[in-house]
Design a binder for this molecule. Structure first.
Ligand SMILES: Nc1nc2c(ncn2[C@@H]2O[C@H](COP(=O)(O)OP(=O)(O)O)[C@@H](O)[C@H]2O)c(=O)[nH]1
Ligand SMILES: [Mg+2]
Length: 392
């Protein structure tokens, strides 16, 4: 599900909560342990006391024949026990799968609609980076929400947008598009205040899909008069046969339970794909680069963030301390000076805020060293996009 390049570069998983046991494509994880006796143990448990008892009362001459008979009886009993255990196990597993729903949920929509904020609200931590500037999300990222009766495996994506001036923008659209076919349910996130041509672009892609689509009308905290939502719901319901329409505020965690309740029945009946304490399929190494990039986007002017990217050069654990060396890449020397700031002040801020964010997600101390480097026109070069991990 995630960028192959990132997977290959990633360091071994260190924390229990981030990092896959098995990706969704790898198939379901082993179900909970169901019976105390597997086939080998069953035989051992029955055989030991039986042979001991027989050896005590039978002469050595007949012992072999008796042993054979005993072995046969024991094997039979063991096979019966095993069959019984297996039947019980599969009955329990299927009962569990019947009551449990799990599947992938693709978050789609135009840039800035609030997809990543919704993802974080659903996961319960600031996993996917967010900012008021469009095109913050550049990679697919999986976030996991585990409930008693369901597991939602959300896939956050870059926004879909019409104007694609650079190779990076075109690649982001492609990354968003690939999610459409891969997931069980789609959540189309819309800014309830404004319908735009980028939203139209998303609707135009829904027609060929077979999965159910839930419409999430986001940012309702910004709407004074909620009754104005009704005509919008009516209008949008005519555009597409949505499985449900749910007004939410991803930012204020409003309507999130209702959204989960709408999505859950649309998921397939199957056991959980991830352990219930896992939050993402991405490694801490990937998240470290993302949270440095979040600070670059938040702390730089309008245009510059699009010319920056981040690579992790070293990620080492020193006891519980995460030692991270990262490069920030820009396209020109002038941009390098802006990122560094007067006397290094801006770079220091970027590092401090990124470090604090990582510490809160990783639950350990982080020692972060940043360098700023220039690579001309990387965002319009396919070779550089490949090198920096943007090609899926
Ligand atoms: N007021 C308000 N702002 C939101 C809400 N959800 C997201 N935002 C803001 O919208 C901007 C874009 O959010 P983001 O999640 O990065 O959008 P994405 O591009 O769709 O992933 C950020 O400044 C968020 O804080 C919401 O429910 N209410
Ligand atoms: Mg986003």
């Amino acid at each position: 599900m995630s960028g192959h390049k990132d997977r290959k570069q990633d360091s071994p998983k260190v924390g229990p909560k981030v990092g896959p046991k098995a990706g969704p494509k790898a198939g379901p994880k082993a179900g909970p342990k169901i019976g105390p006796i597997g086939s080998r143990t069953a035989k051992q448990i029955i055989k030991q006391p039986s042979t001991q008892a027989v050896d005590q009362v039978v002469s050595p001459a007949t012992a072999q024949a008796v042993d054979q008979a005993v072995d046969q009886a024991v094997d039979q009993a063991a096979d019966q026990a095993t069959a019984q255990a297996t039947n019980q196990a599969s009955a329990q597993a299927s009962a569990q799968a019947k009551n449990f729903r799990c599947g992938t949920v693709g978050l789609i929509g135009r840039p800035n609609a609030g997809k990543s904020t919704l993802m974080n609200s659903l996961v319960g931590t600031h996993l996917s980076i967010t900012a008021s500037k469009p095109q913050t999300t550049r990679h697919r990222i999986v976030g996991i929400r585990s409930e008693d009766n369901a597991q939602l495996v959300m896939v956050d994506t870059p926004g879909m947008h019409k104007h694609t001036p650079r190779a990076l923008n075109r690649q982001l659209n492609r990354t968003a598009d690939t999610v459409l076919d891969d997931v069980d349910v789609l959540v189309f996130v819309v800014d309830a205040r404004r319908w735009s041509e980028d939203d139209e672009l998303v609707v135009s892609k829904l027609g060929r899909l077979t999965q159910p689509v839930v419409l999430a009308l986001n940012k309702i905290d910004r709407i004074q008069d909620r009754s104005t939502l009704l005509p919008m719901i009516e209008k949008l319901s005519k555009l597409y046969a949505f499985a449900a329409v749910v007004p939410i505020s991803a930012w204020k965690h409003d309507g999130i339970q209702q959204l989960v309740r709408s999505i859950t029945p649309l998921l397939p009946e199957q056991a959980a794909l991830y352990a219930s304490d896992e939050l993402t399929d991405r490694s801490e190494r990937f998240l470290a680069a993302e949270h440095i990039r979040e600070q670059l986007i938040r702390r730089l002017g309008e245009e510059l963030p699009y010319a920056t990217t981040v690579t992790i050069e070293r990620y080492a654990m020193d006891g519980r301390l995460h030692r991270i060396d990262a490069n920030i890449w820009v396209e020109r020397d002038g941009q390098k000076a802006i990122v560094i700031g007067d006397g290094g002040a801006r770079l220091k801020d970027i590092g401090t805020f990124a470090r604090k964010r990582m510490e809160s997600i990783f639950g350990g101390k982080v020692f972060l060293t940043l360098w700023v480097k220039v690579k001309e026109n990387w965002s319009d070069s396919d070779a550089s996009l490949q090198q920096f991990g943007y090609m899926e």
